[in-house]
Design a protein around this ligand. Structure first.
Ligand SMILES: [Zn+2]
Ligand SMILES: [Zn+2]
Length: 360
């Protein structure tokens, strides 16, 4: 039996390579992909922003167990696992041994960048990423059974946006009765609002697009700050002061992804508060920041790129509990068959669609 796996050899080119399904080593799992998403990083790959060498796209997926390697009888949480079970994997591996893993911050695992060399489909076992028909889950990689009431559209992105903001809000120690400002009501922002509400925080959302503001409301935002009405950073800072008894919010989550938003977050947050930086991921983009702001306001700045892998279990459980409370189905607005994945990439790049899913 054969399977297909995607490769981007150069900007705006998507190839599918066909291989026999690999032998599954002890401790590993081969999965049938049910659905994979086009996230921001796939769009960056499509544009050729990942350098001259080719890349294998794909990291968000939900699928079913095709073959269990010898010794695998449960998922990472100890739930019994058999062929055909619906699963979601964490898309990277952490070592569990380095200083950061030992310290409870496996998202910054010191081995992550070292171990994962740039793979190509020709490298066995071929199915290194879930953008294709199959995905090879390595021994030691976290994988969790998907709760029955969590549909594929929600489960397929649980290993990215939701887990990352879940972990981020914990790193920022957002507590009951605190106020969170979320800059940007995209996927990360909306997931964060739902999680923040579940822990009893008040949420203020900033955005400037009608649909995104409506969604912020639907995902639990208590107050909206419309960037068209408050069109300068100063106006927004003033408005948020008004909404927070003159002191500013306890925590600001930057998921707008632009450098100016980071500067604004530092201005918005209350003295002694926490700024969570998740949105800015482009190395070339900069902003001038007076470091004295950070000193005199005594604020903490916490960067969060991924998450401790066990957060995927929390995310799936969170979805199971809240799937009827929030309109998760609205977070994906286009589904393409695998053969039309290039078109899905292109439309995502041109922002004709916000969130595409691909189904083999
Ligand atoms: Zn993603
Ligand atoms: Zn580590």
């Amino acid at each position: 039996m054969k399977g297909k796996i995607a490769y981007i050899p150069q900007a705006r080119t998507l190839e599918f390579h066909e291989f026999d399904l690999p032998e599954v080593e002890p401790g590993a799992i081969l999965a049938d992909v049910s659905r994979t998403n086009i996230c921001g990083s796939e769009v960056h790959m499509w544009r050729g922003e990942f350098g001259k060498r080719g890349v294998m796209p794909g990291h968000e997926m939900v699928g079913r167990v095709h073959t269990l390697g010898k010794g695998v009888t449960t998922d990472t949480a100890g739930q019994p696992l058999k062929e055909g079970d619906r699963i979601a994997p964490v898309y990277y591996r952490t070592c569990g041994l380095c200083a950061n893993c030992r310290d409870g911050n496996a998202a910054a695992c010191l081995t992550m960048g070292i171990r994962e060399k740039r793979l190509v489909p020709q490298d066995a076992p071929h199915f290194h990423t879930p953008f294709g028909t199959h995905y090879y889950i390595q021994p030691g990689q976290h994988v969790y059974k998907v709760p029955e009431n969590v549909p594929d559209y929600a489960a397929s992105s649980a290993n990215c946006a939701l887990s990352q903001v879940f972990f981020g809000l914990d790193r920022g120690n957002l507590r009951y009765d605190e106020t969170l400002v979320v800059q940007g009501a995209g996927g990360l922002g909306l997931h964060a609002m739902a999680v923040a509400k579940a822990r009893g925080a008040r949420v203020i959302a900033i955005d400037g697009v009608d649909l995104r503001l409506q969604r912020a409301k639907a995902f639990g935002a208590d107050e909206l700050v419309d960037m068209r009405e408050y069109s300068t950073a100063d106006a927004r800072v003033r408005r948020i002061r008004e909404l927070t008894k003159g002191v500013g919010p306890d925590v600001v989550l930057e998921v707008a992804g632009i450098p100016d938003a980071f500067l604004e977050a530092i201005n918005i947050v209350r003295n002694g508060g926490r700024v969570l930086e998740l949105g800015n991921i482009s190395p070339g983009l900069t902003v001038a920041i007076p470091p004295s702001f950070i000193t005199f306001k005594s604020i903490s700045i916490i960067g969060v790129a991924t998450y401790n892998p066990h957060y995927l279990l929390k995310s799936l459980n969170f979805l199971s509990e809240h799937i009827d409370k929030y309109p998760y189905h609205e977070l994906v607005d286009a589904v393409f068959p695998l053969e039309r994945a290039a078109e899905a990439m292109d439309k995502s790049d041109r922002k004709e669609i916000t969130r595409a899913a691909v189904e083999p």
